[in-house]
Design a protein around this ligand. Structure first.
Ligand SMILES: *Cc1c(COP(=O)(O)O)cnc(C)c1O
Length: 261
């Protein structure tokens, strides 16, 4: 990972290819197919140019953790895609595999008063961590005549001050959410405590995978409940080894902005 700077276009491609090949190797170590693992590119340190370049490389899944940044970036990228579509009308088809649309993921803490702003923009909300937030989303879905896909964020490291449902509360809350008409429970999301050593994340990820297995064996969520979102720049290979099928990777793709800037 290149720290302290954002990557230019050639470096961006190299970093992206590197992340993809590391995902492939980690999947292979567990006899899994890399195509079963989706990488969400977390754009919170990225420039709009970098996001556009990544899309032009065929990448479709993008994530943000802040509401304001999410709404701004959705608008910028929508405009970019609309312009591309106009151009595509003027030139012959079949050049490259640039997607027509992207999928946005809300990965950060969501306040109930921001639900209305966020839910209609995203494919998946990773960070549902309370009954009250779930109820708010369900009510909005009812008003809009829509179903929202969500993950339950769990805190299985027991770390204080972290968002997420405590492990013992996960299954009961999952059952409550499963009974809501306008929500579709797609699975679980977790974050490991910060550490320089990726191996430190393994127990947290293994615990999340166990709870995920319990969900599946209890048939909570039904056939759509099939997503385990875990692993970031520092620990995504360990996450894949422990069963993650959705990763959230920012700095390893885009580089890093010094925090004092
Ligand atoms: C920022 C963020 C990530 C990505 O972190 P990197 O270390 O840049 O890969 C993943 N998940 C959440 C919830 C985040 O806020």
């Amino acid at each position: 990972m290149v720290m302290g700077k954002l990557l230019g276009s050639v470096e961006l491609r190299t970093a992206y290819e590197d992340v993809k090949s590391r995902i492939e190797s980690a999947a292979a170590r567990r006899g899994r197919r890399a195509s079963d693992v989706v990488c969400v590119a977390v754009t919170k340190t990225a420039t709009p140019d970098q996001i556009r370049q990544l899309i032009e490389m065929g990448h479709q899944d993008l994530g943000e953790n802040r509401v304001q940044q999410l709404t701004q970036r959705v608008a910028v990228i929508d405009e970019f895609l609309a312009r591309r579509r106009q151009l595509a009308g003027a030139v012959p088809r079949g050049t490259g595999d640039v997607p027509d649309k992207v999928r946005w993921h809300m990965i950060g803490h969501l306040q109930r008063n921001k639900v209305r702003q966020v839910a209609p923009l995203v494919q998946l909300i990773h960070s549902v961590d309370s009954l009250r937030l779930a109820e708010e989303l369900d009510a909005l879905g009812g008003k809009m005549d829509r179903t929202f896909d969500i993950l339950l964020q769990i805190n299985c490291s027991g770390e204080a001050g972290k968002f997420g449902v405590a492990s013992p509360a996960t299954i009961p809350l999952a059952e409550q959410i499963d009974s809501m008409m306008n929500l579709r429970l797609r699975g679980l999301m977790t974050m490991a405590p910060y550490s320089q050593n990726p191996e430190d994340s393994r127990p947290t990820f293994a615990r999340a995978a166990e709870i995920f297995k319990d969900l599946l064996s209890d048939k909570i969520g039904g056939p759509h409940c099939n997503i385990l979102s875990m692993g970031m720049s520092g620990d995504f290979e360990v996450a894949v080894e422990e069963g993650a099928n959705l990763l959230r990777v920012g700095r390893a793709i885009f580089g890093d902005v010094p925090s004092d800037e």
